[in-house]
Design a protein around this ligand. Structure first.
Ligand code: CNA
Length: 420
């Protein structure tokens, strides 16, 4: 695939942080327990203290006051300037921004707030199912500082147990949590790898790379996202070994659910039943106005993207495909399916940095007795008992696994880039 930057004007050579800063020195000022007690349903509905705006507000993590975003009347920015309170949480997507670091920030200390945010934003589908305190306790075992020590090693769960358990159908309710890394070998760049989208966006005129996927930024500057969409649309990707591995688990009747962060549709392309697929960050099969929400033809949107014209609604808002941008709520199906994490008997995590919330909080909802297998280049912060880390290239690691399961022929019969 051609670099994304080929489609984007390189009139700025700014380089930006490519992921939330994990060592923000200002988080020491936060009393996380106190913030958690202020993060309640009523707070999420609060209007901006200065202008009464109710849309896309933020809560200051130092004084708990609520102000509007820089895309409304910038009262949280002004609050930071006036009071020096640096860190705030977005009520649109639960992310954390530090004004002094000028960056999204995250560390294990924010886990409880991230989970509490997810559970109260959608109380109708989660409050009876999830006990936030238990989750927070579980998550204290997920430590972002512990990365990539083991190869093929685990605690309390071995590769032999994994293979035997699948062969003998001891695992009957397998859950996959997947991310952009499983589509990289199909030619679609991920976000955070060295050659990922964020690194390539270093050459664009964006305030910071994540802005390209922020709904508020898109409403003002849709053209950058349209160029990226054109690059991705023009690339006809095929399912990878990872997509086909999920399909094979499904064919064995062992798949409970695949939560994916990907929007490329390659799981369905590989033949995974859409009913077993939760596309947490949406898809490219339909389109709506980013401002008023009116539905538009995705084919017309694609035509506009190809011709590099902004497709606008009658309200003048730009039309976007139904992928979830930062600042937008995840689909209801995501929250409704969260309960299934307690029903799985094996969880396989592949190709994700587990940095995007609330998706990343799923890992903390896996019961302690259920083994988690991570197939990834680096350990994305999972540290617990009952854990096996298959480190390395996903396709290579899965090829080995598939061989040991005796499924080579099955794989060869499936479509896509199987490369055996
Ligand atoms: P990410 O943050 O870019 O993380 C990808 C992870 O996969 C990293 O840990 C990489 O080290 C790892 N990885 C990449 N390639 C390989 C490989 N060949 N072998 C082993 N490990 C590998 O992406 P996440 O999915 O965690 O972030 C969530 C974002 C990415 C979601 O909002 C998605 O919508 C978004 N995204 C999706 C696509 C897609 O649909 N294919 C592409 C790019 C971004």
């Amino acid at each position: 695939m051609e670099p994304v930057s080929n489609y984007i004007p390189s009139d700025s050579l700014n380089l930006f942080a490519v992921s939330p800063k994990e060592d923000c020195p200002h988080e020491d000022l936060i009393d996380f327990q106190a913030v958690a007690s202020h993060l309640v349903k009523e707070k999420l509905k609060a209007a901006c203290k200065d202008c009464n705006a109710t849309h896309e507000n933020w809560m200051c993590l130092l004084c708990y006051d609520v102000f509007c975003s820089r895309y409304s009347n910038s009262h949280m920015v002004k609050h930071n300037e006036a009071k020096g309170h640096q860190i705030a949480q977005s009520f649109a997507d639960g992310s954390f921004w530090c004004y002094s670091c000028d960056s999204y920030v995250y560390s294990k200390n924010f886990h409880t707030l991230a989970i509490k945010f997810s559970t109260i934003k959608f109380p109708e589908s989660t409050s009876d199912m999830i006990d936030t305190d238990t989750l927070a306790k579980e998550l204290s075992g997920v430590d972002a500082e512990h990365r990539a020590q083991e190869k093929d090693e685990g605690k309390g769960f071995s590769k032999k147990e994994l293979i035997q358990g699948i062969k003998e159908k001891k695992f009957k309710r397998v859950i996959f949590l997947t991310g952009a890394g499983i589509s990289v070998s199909a030619g679609i760049p991920d976000f955070r790898s060295e050659s990922g989208i964020y690194a390539q966006l270093g050459q664009c005129d964006l305030p910071y790379p994540e802005a390209i996927f922020e709904i508020a930024y898109f409403k003002e500057h849709p053209e950058t996202f349209y160029r990226l969409a054109k690059a991705i649309m023009n690339y006809k990707a095929q399912p990878t070994i990872a997509h086909n591995f999920i399909r094979m688990i499904a064919d064995e009747g062992l798949l409970l659910l695949n939560f994916t962060q990907n929007v490329d549709g390659l799981e369905a392309e590989a033949g995974v039943d859409p009913k077993l697929l939760i596309e947490a960050h949406g898809h490219l099969r339909s389109a709506h106005c980013a401002v008023c929400g009116k539905e538009y033809s995705v084919e017309d949107l694609k035509k506009h993207i190809q011709e590099e014209k902004i497709y606008r609604c009658e309200c003048s808002g730009p039309i976007k495909p139904d992928i979830i941008f930062f600042g937008e709520a995840l689909p209801q199906s995501f929250y409704e399916s969260v309960v299934k994490l307690a029903q799985g008997d094996l969880v396989i995590v592949m190709g994700t940095s587990l940095r995007v919330f609330p998706f990343a909080s799923l890992i903390g909802m896996v019961p302690a007795e259920v083994p988690i297998v991570l197939v990834n280049r680096e350990n994305t912060g999972i540290k617990r008992e009952n854990f096996l880390f298959l480190q390395g290239d996903i396709d290579e690691r899965l090829k080995g696994l598939i061989g040991e399961l005796g499924w080579n022929e099955k794989l060869n019969g499936l479509r896509g880039e199987n490369k055996l």
